[in-house]
Structures are given as structure tokens and as C-alpha cells.
Design a protein around this ligand. Sequence first.
Ligand SMILES: Nc1ncnc2c1ncn2[C@@H]1O[C@H](COP(=O)(O)OP(=O)(O)OP(=O)(O)O)[C@@H](O)[C@H]1O
Ligand SMILES: [Mg+2]
Length: 360
Amino acid sequence: MASVELLNVRKSYGPVAVIHDLDLTVADGEFLALVGPSGCGKSTLLRMIAGLEDITGGEVRIDDKTVNTVDPKGRNVAMVFQNYALYPHMTVRDNISLNLRLSRLPRAEIEARVRTAAELLDIGSLLDRRPSQLSGGQRQRVAMGRAIVRNPAVFLFDEPLSNLDAKLRVQMRTEIKAFHTKVATTSIYVTHDQIEAMTLADRIVVMNAGRIEQVGTPIELYQSPSNIFVAGFIGSPAMNILQGELLSTDGGLAVSAIGSQLTTLAAAAGAAGQHVKVGIRPEHLTLAGPGEVNRVSATIAHVEPTGAQTHLLVDAAGQMLTVVLNDIASVKRGDAVELSVRPDRIYLFDDATGQRLGAL
Ligand SMILES: Nc1ncnc2c1ncn2[C@@H]1O[C@H](COP(=O)(O)OP(=O)(O)OP(=O)(O)O)[C@@H](O)[C@H]1O
Ligand SMILES: [Mg+2]
């Protein structure tokens, strides 16, 4: 087991910089998820930690040792790829044991490790098959098995479940979580799936264009995004972002949005007249009960029942808002509704920088 540290790490392909002065520390035994839009540098970062890619500047440390010039074999990390990268002409047993055989481990030791991994992953009966004779989920297990038998200090996962169907993903996700609980090997896990990141990770790193936007526990990122990028990226459906303005009122600084329909005390910092972006999560908009203040009148433009929830797209004074209601809602397109939101659930961001303004 080992910690992983990136100090001022940079990566350029020719003149194009894709990772900019990035600092990150992954604690020993931690499960870290890496998320961000396509092309932001997630795979590049993993490959630099694995040693599959040179770094242009900075330092990569594994287990308190600088590994910049150490080749992938010497880093004691194992990577699991999206496309499994299994050898089609080899049996499952040979695929799993390949690296161990190359490093000339004794036969009995190899057999013991393969048996343990196969039991853990429930693929003991598949060891004599070839990859073409396996389902997608079984292939993914073999790819995991190949990583596990090496007893690496660090696991690197690059979207390992994205080729699986929804049900299998959930099952494999649970198994990866159970496996990490058992072995507690430091893991860095790239995913496009928010639920995967939220449920698996101790901490999540949100990347954007080669930089880290925020690092925090899943709940921290959801509850306290430090800027508008993280606010819009974490949470599904995405947070509604509206234009607003700060006003001075008797009670203090308020925010006004949606043609002044929404005027509520919400800001702790800022100046009257300041333009802001107002963030409201779809699940924090509710149908207003009688007597509730902070009401916003809207017309339903679209209804999407998902069973457990009802997603609405509503038009509030020309601004489209997404609303998530729990349960099945008896509303239809064209209905007029009144919405409300608790003031402490309104997020404010600086209009120019996108940084979060102090909460109430
Ligand atoms: N060998 C290369 N030569 C030039 N540019 C590259 C090379 N590999 C990656 N890039 C660029 O580096 C950037 C980061 O790529 P990377 O594969 O790390 O993104 P990613 O976050 O993993 O994206 P995705 O979510 O689509 O997998 C992209 O703009 C990509 O085009
Ligand atoms: Mg990638």
C-alpha cells in the first residue's frame, strides 16, 4: 500500500499543455474518484502515475519515493482499462497470470494467487476459456483479476465499467467497493458516472481543462461547491443557473432573480447592485404549499415521469428550470404551478469569476 503525490505536475503534447501545474495527494488506502468533462486530462493523469506517459514537469511520488524516471514495472501500480485489454489467444488463467509469469514468480505462488483472485471475483469456473467465450462483465472481472494478482501498491482504474450494461455496472460497482473495503489498496478511479464516483469514493477530484476545480468528499462537493463549474458538474439533473442581482433590503442583502419573482435573503457577502449567478438544484424546488413565501409562478413545458420521481421542465418568466419532484406527480404540460425554494438552498456565484459567494 502507498500514498500517491503529484507535485506541480505538467503535461504538454508539443506546444499544447493538457495538464497545468497540478497538485494532488492521495492518502494511503484512500479511494479517490476523478471526474471531469471529456478531454480534461483524466486518462493522461492516470497514465502519468502509471508511468505509461512521460511528465513534462513536476514530480510524481509513490510511497514517498519520486518515480519520475521509474518505468511502469518498477512502480508497483496496476491499471484496469475500459476496453479490458485482454489477449484474445490466451486463456483466462494465462491472461491473469501473464505478468506474474513474466516476472518469473514460482509456479506454486502464481497458481495460489490466481486461485485467490478467481475466488474473489467468482470466475473460478472460467479459467480455461478464452476472452471471446466470455460476457462483457466476465471479461471485466478477468481484467480486474489480472490487476489484483500483482498485489499492487496502487490501483488505477480508467472507466472500467463503462462498457457494461446498467445492471451489471451496479453489481460490479458494489463488488469493487467490497473489494476495496477488504484490501484497502490505494485506488484512483476515473469515471463519467456520477453515481459511481459518489458511492465509491472517499474523495472526488473534479477536473476541468487540465486543472483541479475542487477536491472533497462526495457530500462536500454536492453541498458546498466552491465554484459554478463544480456546482453544475456534480448533481443530476444539473443545478439550475439563473442570472440575478443583489439588493439591499431592511433585513439585509437579498438576491433577486426570475424577473424579481424570487427575492429572498440569501447572500452573506456581496454588494447591492452586484450581478450574480443564482444556483438552485432541481430537487430543491418544490410545489409551493399555501402561505409559503418565495413563490415562483411557472408553466409546465415538459413532464418526464421516471417512476420514483417526476422531472419537470418549467417556464418561469421566460427562464427554463428543471424541477425534480419525488413520487408520481399529477401534473401535465401547460399547467400553471407555484414553486418555492428554501433560502438556505440558494447558491450564489460571482458573475465574472464563477466563485461561490458566502452562504447565508
Ligand atoms: N498522444 C496525444 N497527443 C496529443 N494530444 C493528446 C494525446 N493524448 C491525449 N491528448 C489530448 O490531451 C487532452 C486530455 O486527454 P485525456 O485522454 O487525458 O482526456 P480524458 O479526460 O481522459 O477524456 P475522456 O473522458 O474523453 O476519456 C485531450 O485534449 C486530448 O486530445
Ligand atoms: Mg479518458
